[in-house]
Ligand binder design. Structure first.
Ligand SMILES: [Mg+2]
Length: 257
C-alpha cells in the first residue's frame, strides 16, 4: 500500500499512458519489427501456412487487441513468456533515444502517471529506460498485471488473455490503480482502445493523429504537443494537496530505472 497525496484542486488526478506508438512515434519502426517477429513466431513455432501468416497476424490483432490473444482464442498453445521473449527480445531498441522534452513534460505534470500497456514487463521497462522515462511513472500495468500466472495449468490453458481494447481490461486497470475514471486522462494511439476507454468512463486522448476518432475527447498528432493541446492539465494543478488517499499502487509493477 502506498499513500498518495491528491489535490482537491485537480480536475484530473491521473494520467494513464499507453506506451508503444504513444510515447514514441510509429515511424520509429519498432512496431513493424515487432510484427515481423510475431509473423516469424507464427511460421516457425505454430506451423501456420506462410501465405496465411501476414493476414492472420493483422486480423487477430484487430479482433482481439493483440495477435497473441487471438492465437490463444484459436486454440494455439504456447508459453507466454517464450512468446514475449521471441517477439521483443530482438527488437531494434537502439532506435529509441532519450526524449528530454517528453521527460520534462511528464515531470511537470502534477497528476499521478501510470503506464497501461498490452506489452510484457521486460519490454515496458526496456522501452521506458531507452526513452529516458524510467522514473517518470508511478507504475506499469502490463501483460503480467492483467494476466498473472495461474498454478492450475489446465485453467491457464483455457483462460482468455485480458488486454486492451476489452472494456473489462480497462475496468481491471482502473481498479488495480485505484483510479476515478472521471478524473483520469487516458492516452493511446489505437482508436479501438480509445473507444473502450471512453466506455469505461475515462477522458480520452488519441495520439499520433490530429483527426478525432469515436470516443476521443482530444487528438494529439504527437505526444510532444500535449501542453499546447491540453493546457488544462497544468492550469488546474495549482494548490496544495488536501486529501490523503490510500492507493493499491503496490499491486502495480514498479518501474526500475
Ligand atoms: Mg500503442
Amino acid at each position: 500500500m502506498e499513500t498518495i497525496a491528491r489535490s482537491d484542486s485537480l480536475k484530473y488526478e491521473c494520467m494513464l499512458f499507453d506506451m508503444d506508438d504513444t510515447l514514441y512515434p510509429l515511424s520509429s519502426g519498432v512496431n513493424l519489427a515487432c510484427r515481423k517477429n510475431i509473423e516469424e513466431y507464427m511460421l516457425h513455432y505454430l506451423n501456420i501456412e506462410e501465405t496465411e501468416v501476414p493476414k492472420m497476424c493483422l486480423e487477430l490483432y484487430r479482433e482481439y487487441g493483440t495477435t497473441m490473444a487471438g492465437l490463444k482464442v484459436l486454440g494455439y498453445e504456447f508459453d507466454n513468456d517464450k512468446f514475449h521473449e521471441f517477439v521483443h527480445g530482438r527488437l531494434p531498441y537502439e532506435v529509441l533515444k532519450p526524449d528530454p522534452l517528453l521527460r520534462n513534460l511528464l515531470l511537470s505534470m502534477p497528476q499521478r502517471k501510470i503506464i497501461f500497456t498490452n506489452g510484457d514487463k521486460a519490454h515496458a521497462i526496456r522501452v521506458l529506460n531507452k526513452l529516458g522515462l524510467g522514473d517518470c511513472f508511478e507504475g506499469i500495468i502490463c501483460f503480467e498485471t492483467l494476466n498473472p500466472p495461474l498454478e492450475d495449468t489446465d485453467e491457464a490453458a483455457s483462460r482468455r488473455i485480458l488486454c486492451k481494447p476489452s472494456v473489462k481490461a480497462m475496468e481491471v486497470a482502473i481498479r488495480i490503480a485505484n483510479l476515478d475514471p472521471h478524473k483520469t486522462m487516458f492516452f493511446d494511439d489505437s482508436a479501438r482502445n480509445i473507444a473502450s476507454g471512453k466506455e469505461a468512463g475515462l477522458h480520452t486522448v488519441i495520439v499520433g493523429t490530429s483527426t478525432m476518432v469515436a470516443g476521443a475527447d482530444h487528438a494529439l498528432r504527437s505526444i510532444h504537443s500535449i501542453r499546447e493541446v491540453i493546457p488544462q492539465i497544468w492550469e488546474e494543478g495549482r494548490g496544495y494537496p488536501k486529501q490523503i488517499i490510500q492507493s493499491n499502487a503496490a499491486e502495480l509493477t514498479v518501474v526500475q530505472a
